[in-house]
Ligand binder design. Structure first.
Ligand code: ADQ
Length: 412
């Protein structure tokens, strides 16, 4: 059988409210992660590594930095007919923006009509993981389902964050019921403390998708949401299947990171996922060259460490240090430093994530904090050592005590 023609759609228009203030000026998929990446790079790397090279990225909310990143980083060979195209909301069907993720697809049906794919792979843009979508597509075709939803076990306490999948007892590859973010979820029969959560990734027969989102657009009671409305539509038709992520086997994965998938939807989960990268045996391994994670080349010089001695260390340990970083007589432990970060003598940074071009001046201290782009931390200033003081300065401090300093702030 000839390989099916696949079009990939990346849903990248979400607001990411719970990641504020990191999403105050950028869409969630554009949030920097792991030093040199943006969140959208994980979905796009997975698609490209799966050899799906016709990709549209539907953008909407504060999409400027996302569009710029995609256009700069993800240019592919148009000569070979491959592309990654950011598609902003265009109001093609009326004077309203995308009402939800299903409406985003409905408003872009012209792309499906032009491409005439057999299958559409629809993925979210705000998760950190490795996945070979071609394995899911193969399973989808073999199952005969019209729509297949990728599922992963998650703690039952997180059910309000996810679509929850209930499978048929006689055939666990078929979906019997699907509840979007239920408040009273029922645990799995073999593991009551867990649910099978939708990963927000779908494989759908193209003609069935066109019909589903067209009908959905005519339904005034719909929220026009892939999880809330389109998955239940296929469940009602009896043609929705589930693909258990545990089956996915990406080349080069280790036992430790094979099933890694993080929804970095909150400040705490974003912070924890960054920390996962710097564990001595990484929980998520960035160094798997068989499944490379692509991102923009920033054209910066190598990281440099200077001024050890006279009570200064000029070093970093258990940390990720990006190109263009300058550690001059400062000490860094357990942290992620993004491109262009400069740290000066006797500054101390621990258990923190510093985004692009942050400057930390002499004797300043930063602990358990996320410091957004272009922040300047002045001499002897302290961040993350006193939650009350940080809140009084207008910074967000999470329940677990992570301080977030918004983009461009000057901290004294
Ligand atoms: P959520 O992440 O809460 O749940 P949503 O906010 O719709 O759902 O985001 C899903 C994806 O769609 C994100 O990548 C987002 O950026 C994008 N998106 C949202 N609104 C959009 C719009 N108007 N235009 C374009 N893109 C848009 C979803 C599913 C759940 C599943 C979780 C997994 O609904 O069933 O469990 O993802 O995290």
């Amino acid at each position: 059988m000839a390989a099916p023609k696949v079009l990939a759609i990346v849903l990248a228009g979400g607001e990411g409210n719970r990641l504020k203030p990191l999403t105050a000026h950028r869409a969630k998929p554009a949030v920097p992660f792991g030093g040199i990446y943006r969140l959208v790079d994980f979905a796009l790397s997975n698609l490209v590594n799966s050899h799906y090279l016709h990709i549209v990225v539907l953008t909407q909310y504060k999409s400027h930095s996302l569009d710029r990143h995609i256009s700069k980083t993800w240019r592919m060979s148009a000569l070979l007919g491959n592309y990654v195209a950011p598609v902003p909301a265009q109001q093609r069907v009326g004077k309203h923006w995308y009402l939800g993720s299903a409406d985003a697809i409905f408003q872009c049906l012209n792309i499906i009509e032009d491409e005439r794919p057999d299958i559409v792979v629809v993925v979210g843009a705000d998760h950190v993981y490795r996945m070979d979508f071609s394995q899911m597509v193969d399973a989808h075709i073999a199952s005969g389902a019209e729509m297949t939803v990728a599922g992963i076990r998650q703690p039952i306490a997180s059910a309000t964050e996810f679509g929850v999948i209930d499978t048929m007892p006689e055939d666990p590859t078929k979906i019997r019921a699907f509840l979007e973010k239920p408040v009273a979820p029922i645990g799995l029969a073999d593991s009551p403390g867990e649910i099978l959560a939708s990963m927000g990734n779908y494989v759908i027969n193209a003609d069935a998708l066109v019909e589903a989102v067209t009908k959905d657009s005519e339904n005034s009671g719909s929220r026009h949401d892939m999880g809330g409305d389109i998955v239940p539509y296929f469940v009602d038709r009896g043609t929705a299947g589930v693909y258990d992520f545990i089956r996915n086997d990406v080349p080069g994965s280790t036992d430790r990171d094979r099933d890694y998938w993080r929804d970095v939807g909150t400040i705490d989960s974003y912070y924890d996922a960054n920390k996962d990268l710097i564990a001595v045996t990484p929980v998520f391994n960035l160094y798997n060259s068989l499944w490379p994670l692509h991102t923009g080349y920033v054209g910066l010089p190598p990281a440099k460490f200077v001024h050890a001695g006279a009570g200064r260390l000029g070093h970093a340990a258990d940390s990720i240090v990006s190109p263009g970083v300058l550690i001059s007589g400062a000490t860094v432990v357990g942290s992620v430093l993004s491109p262009g970060v400069h740290l000066h003598s006797w500054a101390a940074v621990s258990d923190s994530v510093l985004l692009d071009d942050v400057k930390v001046h002499r004797h300043a201290q930063v602990h358990r904090a996320i410091i957004d782009k272009n922040v300047i931390i002045n001499e002897r200033a302290r961040v993350g050592l006193n939650p009350e003081e940080d809140r009084a300065r207008g910074f967000t401090v999470t329940e677990s005590g992570i301080t977030v300093v918004p983009k461009g702030t000057i901290v004294d």
